[in-house]
Write a protein that binds this ligand. Structure first.
Ligand SMILES: Cc1cc2nc3c(=O)[nH]c(=O)nc-3n(C[C@H](O)[C@H](O)[C@H](O)COP(=O)(O)OP(=O)(O)OC[C@H]3O[C@@H](n4cnc5c(N)ncnc54)[C@H](O)[C@@H]3O)c2cc1C
Length: 395
């Protein structure tokens, strides 16, 4: 594996740098840049939308797709460079699911009609998706989902409930799975639907995250209709469509790169903050903690590059990408807690307090980061995948 960028890759990275280093200057005053921040206020959402429009115009939301669907046929490694630079500057603008989960599923399993209807809109950044997968009794064991979809003329009619639906209160569309055949083994009776959600039969109810902001929701379907033409893949084959959605850049470089930027700010803070007559930067315990974070970040970054390198060679790497998800999400938790330890009681103050350090961002991150070890597959699920697919242990 050679980490040296080609001149073309370096030029592309420079282009990303130029754009995102300017774009962060348009962020609203309390912008924390964490994963969920875009959903948390009207100002944040407007900022996200304005960047999304620009990224769509530049063709940066579809970098690795085939040209015929609006892509640029870049490799996953170039996709990684994009994710790395964007996250470093903490700029939003990429829908959490459209380019990363929905589009790869459509590219692999969608009919020509599905592709021509949805892909151009995703590449222009027009659609705001939410993900209707988890249910009260189906999380890690997702295939146990119970929301029912019953055929009726040209539509399917849905009844049931989804939960933890991030950003559903901002979204205009949902991709979801529902049970279309209850009489077969659980993975084989599920269908994958795309739908707009601004119509009757759906109720979206607020669920507050533990930091008291609105990130996710409960969603209820009551005779909610979805036209058959919005099914991706074959009826009852939705599980396999879902699996195709994991064929994207899975290195977790975004989380790592965001933390890299945070570490640089933290180091500057420690150089400029005095406690007990000397700067934090001279305190041996603080120095040890900063060095530990730097080492772990470097390890996470190298692992991210490695995963992307394997993916660019066309390899499917579930164990390696699960290791990346596990390590970087757990590192985010350790990072946030360490920052609070360094800041002392100041670190526990919320944004808005005149005594809060770095705008109270880490008080926020401390709470959000726990969710990152759960969302998109828990730490235990990642370890199960590593032991089963990586170490070849029996299931
Ligand atoms: C911040 C956040 C955002 C989210 N956003 C969305 C979203 O937008 N859309 C969506 O559909 N879902 C979303 N989720 C839901 C998320 O996908 C689920 O929470 C996750 O899959 C875990 O499911 P669960 O909560 O039902 O926990 P469970 O599956 O009930 O797990 C409970 C505990 O048991 C452990 N466990 C379960 N099975 C095993 C096993 N086989 N071996 C070892 N340990 C096991 C788990 O690791 C966990 O610690 C979000 C969650 C969070 C926290």
């Amino acid at each position: 594996m050679d980490f040296q960028l080609t001149p073309e890759q370096q030029a592309l990275k420079n282009e990303f740098e130029e754009f995102f280093s300017e774009e962060i200057k348009n962020a609203p005053p309390n912008w924390s840049g964490n994963l969920m921040a875009l959903f948390e206020s009207d100002e944040n959402w407007a900022y996200h939308r304005s960047v999304a429009d620009k990224l769509g115009e530049k063709g940066w939301l579809s970098l690795p797709w085939p040209k015929e669907y609006g892509g640029r046929e870049h490799s996953y490694f170039e996709q990684l460079l994009f994710n790395e630079v964007r996250a470093y500057y903490r700029v939003p603008g990429v829908d959490m699911w459209g380019p990363q989960i929905v589009a790869p599923s459509i590219l692999e399993h969608g009919s020509e009609e599905i592709k021509s209807t949805w892909l151009p809109r995703i590449s222009r950044g027009e659609i705001n998706w939410c993900q209707g997968w988890s249910e009260p009794n189906a999380g890690s064991d997702l295939a146990s989902l119970a929301t029912k979809a019953v055929e009726d003329g040209d539509d399917y009619v849905l009844n049931g409930q989804k939960i933890w639906t991030s950003g559903a209160h901002r979204a205009d569309h949902m991709f979801l799975m529902a049970r279309t055949d209850p009489d077969v083994p659980k993975h084989k009776g599920i269908t994958y639907f795309l739908t707009d959600i601004d119509k009757p039969g759906i109720t979206i109810r607020e669920l507050l995250f533990m930091h008291k902001k609105r990130d996710y929701n409960e969603v209820f379907f009551d005779n909610f209709r979805i036209p058959k033409k919005n099914i991706v893949g074959d009826i009852n084959k939705g599980w396999y469509v879902t699996m195709a959605g994991i064929n994207f850049e899975r290195s977790m470089i975004g989380s790592v790169s965001e933390l890299q930027g945070e570490l640089e700010e933290l180091v500057e803070l420690c150089k400029g903050t005095e406690r007990n007559g000397k700067t934090l930067a001279k305190d041996p315990l603080v120095r040890q903690k900063l060095a530990q974070l730097a080492i772990e970040l470097e390890a996470a970054k190298n692992w991210a590059y490695y995963v992307s390198h394997l993916q660019s060679k066309g390899q499917n790497v579930p164990a390696e990408s699960s290791a990346a998800k596990w390590f970087s999400s757990e590192l985010t938790v350790r990072f946030a807690n360490t920052v609070i330890e360094i800041m002392g009681l100041y670190g526990t103050l919320k944004e808005g307090s005149k005594w809060a350090m770095l705008d109270g961002r880490f008080e926020d991150m401390c709470q959000i980061s726990l969710g990152i070890t759960i969302a998109g597959g828990t730490t235990e699920t990642m370890k199960n995948i590593i032991s089963w697919m990586g170490l070849k242990l029996p299931r």
